[in-house]
Design a protein. Structure first.
Length: 511
């Protein structure tokens, strides 16, 4: 039996058909406008998830490339500085070879000293080089210069090698100090001395004072506090009739140098928060990459329990240690060991003591890949030396350990200005090691530059590969899209035509 189709049914069906075709047409139009076949998650839910992941990957690659460009800037700047430093050292080597010549007189060596002071100034300027308004050789302290001019002391007498001199004051010329009587620096009264700031042409009698802790030498505009670190502090008197130092008592040379103002990776500071009545102290060994808090929880028998925290006390990890026997107790921690020096050992440690290990971290590390990072800055003290005052030190700035460029350059100036041929010869040998040291750092820096070039190519390949994958999922095929658009346009026009034919209304339709 045939059913009668009402006008409402016909109208609803045709409107639905028109809207359905129109919706498909508009979707194709949107794809044509954006040239993307996925414009909203409903277009392709799985593809949308892949597109989101690809965009995140590309964003990470872009950040790595930005970091890589920053790293290349730091490293290329450092390479240029080290190249210029090498050139300055070669020039100094040439004038030192002249100074070591026995035919030169006092005035000629003074002229060489003038050139050497110019080289020192240039080296300090190079060590204070900035990239992107940040100092390259200052560790983390990039907002301040790595070096400033200063003074230090040199001696060729091994007997006072353990005496550290804290210098205050200033002088624009090297000062030579000679002891005119023998004795120990820490004696009361200490041995007499004289000093000259004109290469021995005239001499002035020096004086000693005591600041309540150490003896202090007064050399006119320069004062030197003597910190005695060992028993070898015996000085011998000079023969004033002999002009040169060789086998002629104890001489000191106050010379120009540079003081390092940046931070380092080699100093570990332990802060103690003792329990009541405790006299314990602590020191660390190892290489800690972050702050470590340590507390002593309890002690029983020959065993003590302690805890450490790597997140400023939010969470703690427990451990135990045996402390039987005399000597320090070593608490094993991530990155190293905390040695407790309690005078009551081997009796139990004092529960309640707390220690904070605060390492000094100077490296600036940039991530240049998902599993790759690079240190882009330098610790000037390790590269150029100079003098350096460790945190919480009471002895003032002391020469940095290892090969020390600024100290060697300062020695060259001092021996030029004091007409010391033998000193020039010895400094020339030291300078060769300094030059090798700088070349070694430049080689390391060059290896990092090569690493950035290699990773730059990898990132370019990854970016190209990811963009290709994204295009496959997201981008529309233009020829295919135009074909579909024409077909959908024809289908929509057909629906409109058929609908207009069917929906022609007359009074008969209402009978």
């Amino acid at each position: 039996m045939a059913l009668r189709i009402s006008q409402r049914q016909m109208y609803t069906t045709m409107v639905y058909g028109m809207n359905s075709n129109l919706s498909s047409l508009m979707d194709l139009h949107a794809q044509n406008t954006t040239q993307k076949k996925v414009n909203k998650p409903s277009d392709d839910p799985y593809g949308s998830a892949q597109i989101l992941q690809s965009h995140n990957t590309l964003a990470a690659i872009t950040q790595y490339q930005d970091n890589l460009n920053m790293a290349k800037g730091w490293l290329n700047t450092a390479d240029g500085v080290l190249e210029q430093v090498q050139e300055q050292l070669v020039e100094l080597q040439g004038i030192l070879q002249q100074g070591a010549n026995g035919t030169l007189n006092d005035e000629q060596r003074k002229n060489l000293a003038f050139k050497a002071r110019g080289i020192l100034d240039q080296l300090i300027n190079l060590a204070n080089t900035k990239f992107s308004d940040r100092h390259v050789f200052a560790g983390h302290k990039t907002d301040q210069p790595a070096y400033a001019r200063s003074l230090s002391v040199t001696t060729r007498d091994a007997n006072i090698a353990d005496v550290d001199f804290k210098i205050s004051g200033n002088t624009d010329h090297s000062i030579v100090v000679q002891f005119t009587s023998g004795g120990y620096v820490s004696d009361t009264p200490p041995p007499a001395f004289r000093y000259s700031d004109d290469a021995g042409a005239t001499w002035k009698t020096g004086s000693w004072t005591n600041n309540g802790v150490n003896n202090v030498m007064d050399c006119g505009g320069v004062q030197m506090e003597a910190f005695v670190n060992g028993s070898a502090e015996l000085v011998t008197s000079v023969d004033p009739n002999l002009e040169y130092e060789n086998n002629n008592g104890t001489w000191l040379y106050i010379k120009p140098t540079a003081v390092y103002l940046g931070d380092t990776n080699d100093t570990q500071v332990v802060q103690l928060y003792p329990a009541a009545g405790s006299t314990g102290t602590g020191s660390v060994k190892g290489a800690f990459s972050q702050d470590v808090a340590v507390r002593l929880d309890e002690a029983s028998g020959a065993e003590a329990r302690y805890s450490y925290s790597l997140d400023n006390g939010r969470t703690w990890t427990s451990a135990t240690v045996n402390y039987s026997g005399a000597g320090p107790v070593d608490l094993v921690l991530p990155g190293g060991v905390l040695s407790l020096n309690n005078p009551n050992f081997p009796t139990p440690p004092d529960p309640g003591e707390q220690y904070m290990i605060k390492p000094y971290r100077a490296d600036i590390t940039l991530n240049i890949g998902s599993n790759a990072s690079i240190v882009v800055n330098n610790v000037g003290k390790d590269v150029f030396g100079g003098i350096y005052e460790a945190p919480f030190s009471q002895e003032g700035a002391q020469p940095a350990s290892g090969i020390n460029m600024f100290e060697v350059v300062g020695e060259a100036i001092a021996f030029f200005e004091s007409n010391g041929q033998q000193g020039c010869q010895e400094t020339l040998a030291k300078l060769e090691k300094v030059m090798e040291h700088v070349v070694g750092y430049r080689t390391q820096n060059g290896a990092k530059v090569n690493q950035t070039s290699s990773i730059e190519k990898q990132l370019e390949y990854l970016q190209y590969d990811e963009e290709g994958r994204l295009s496959t999922i997201e981008d529309a095929d233009l020829s295919e899209l135009l074909t579909k658009l024409s077909q959908q346009q024809l289908a929509y026009n057909t629906v409109l035509k058929s609908s207009s034919m069917i929906m022609q209304l007359s009074l008969v339709n209402f009978l």
